[in-house]
Design a protein around this ligand. Structure first.
Ligand code: CP3
Length: 351
């Protein structure tokens, strides 16, 4: 498993052909997912080990991607800790009781033995997945404190995360206690996945791009660092990713990541100029090309390989993730195209 090309790339060791996985590769773009999920809520499916394992493996089987991403959600840990949260289809995570005051933070459940026990279905799902995946590595993940806390504070999805950013400014100590609670929640979720067999982790800070570098450094970085520290003694690469977070690339790396994910807004060669030499990178095909022509898709794939060619290691991904209405065959063909290219965008095997 340590020899899997994708893991080598994440450790900064170049391999012969491109490695690729897609954020949101599992899920609604796959008919076999929609069939299996029928009649089960999103969050219930995450705590049914056989179902979660099968959903994780589906895109690996179909597209031949180089890693599975564990099927779960960034709010699963909060649910397992006892908070009332649901995922509303077409909307996203919605919490019963938004966390906005000191009293709300006081009332958060303690993360004791009950929480450890509530992670058992996650451990079981990871074990089943890893057994099924064989030599293909499994990437575990968690939501970073800012992104998870923003759902908790707003009560649901939000465009500008105003209440969260206001809390940070008006009651920094309340914010810090909430963010510390989430870092413990997410950190222990990450650790449970690695101890059960995940070979790498990704900390998603999807909405962190809403913050300035100053606010990030003052109020967020230490909490992301605390989450990542839960797995820093384990021999797994630690990926970190945010959307629209080009201005935070270096401070996010410095939170304790070992490799950085980059979305499609920043070319990888520019990202490499910003990052310390030797930082492995992941990204960043623009998901918009999934809705264009094959010619445009393959040209974009080549351009991404070329832009990442100077990195110590590069794993191809989409800029954000697979849109639910993507034609899955397009993803399968893109993976196969990428596997036929060498790392400088040269063809190694005629298509
Ligand atoms: O392939 C994978 O990436 C599998 C696992 C995964 C899911 N969510 C499954 C899921 C991962 C890694 C996540 C992370 C996640 N969840 C993030 C960070 C990544 C990102 O996209 O930025 C965020 C912000 C969430 C919160 C969330 N959960 C949203 C915004 C939504 C979409 C709501 C909707 O219906 O539009 C979800 C639901 C969700 N999580 C689905 C899946 C497969 C869709 C559920 C369904 O089948 O209806």
């Amino acid at each position: 498993m340590a020899d899997a090309s994708l893991l080598q790339e994440l450790r900064g060791v170049r391999t012969a052909t491109a490695s690729v996985w897609f954020m949101r590769q599992a899920g609604r773009s796959l008919p076999e997912y929609r069939a299996l999920r029928e009649g089960t809520t999103m969050l219930d499916s995450c705590v049914r080990p056989e179902m979660a394992a099968e959903i994780t493996v589906q895109p690996v089987r179909r597209h031949r991607v180089d890693a599975g991403i564990f099927f779960s959600d960034i709010v699963v840990p909060a649910r397992q800790a006892g908070l009332g949260v649901e995922i509303k289809p077409g909307v996203g995570p919605v919490f019963d009781h938004p966390i906005r005051t000191e009293a709300d933070v006081d009332a958060l459940p303690a993360l004791g033995d009950d929480y450890e026990a509530a992670l058992d279905p996650i451990r079981e799902a990871v074990r089943l997945t890893v057994a099924e995946l064989g030599t293909t590595p499994l990437i575990g993940f968690a939501g970073a404190p800012f992104t998870v806390a923003s759902y908790m504070v707003e009560g649901g999805p939000s465009r500008d995360h105003l209440r969260t950013r206001a809390l940070m400014r008006s009651q920094p100590e309340v914010w810090a206690r909430l963010a510390a609670w989430v870092s413990e929640l997410s950190g222990r979720f990450l650790r449970a996945q690695v101890l059960a067999g995940a070979s790498a982790v990704q900390l998603f800070d999807s909405w962190v791009g809403a913050l300035s570098a100053e606010q990030y450094l003052a109020h967020v970085q230490q909490h992301s660092a605390a989450a990542l520290a839960h797995v820093s003694d384990l021999p797994v690469p630690r990926l970190h990713f945010g959307v629209g977070a080009s201005h935070l690339l270096v401070p996010m790396l410095e939170a304790g990541a070992t490799a950085m994910g980059v979305d499609h807004r920043l070319r990888l060669d520019r990202a490499l100029e910003m990052l310390p030499a030797g930082t492995p990178i992941q990204g960043n095909i623009d998901p918009a090309v999934l809705f264009t022509s094959e010619k445009a898709r393959f040209a974009e794939a080549r351009s991404v390989l070329e832009a990442g060619a100077a990195a110590s290691g590069h794993v191809v991904n989409l800029g954000h993730g697979v849109p639910p209405d993507t034609d899955p065959q397009i993803l399968t063909d893109l993976v196969s195209y990428l596997h036929d290219q060498d790392r400088s965008g040269q063809e190694v095997r005629p298509a």
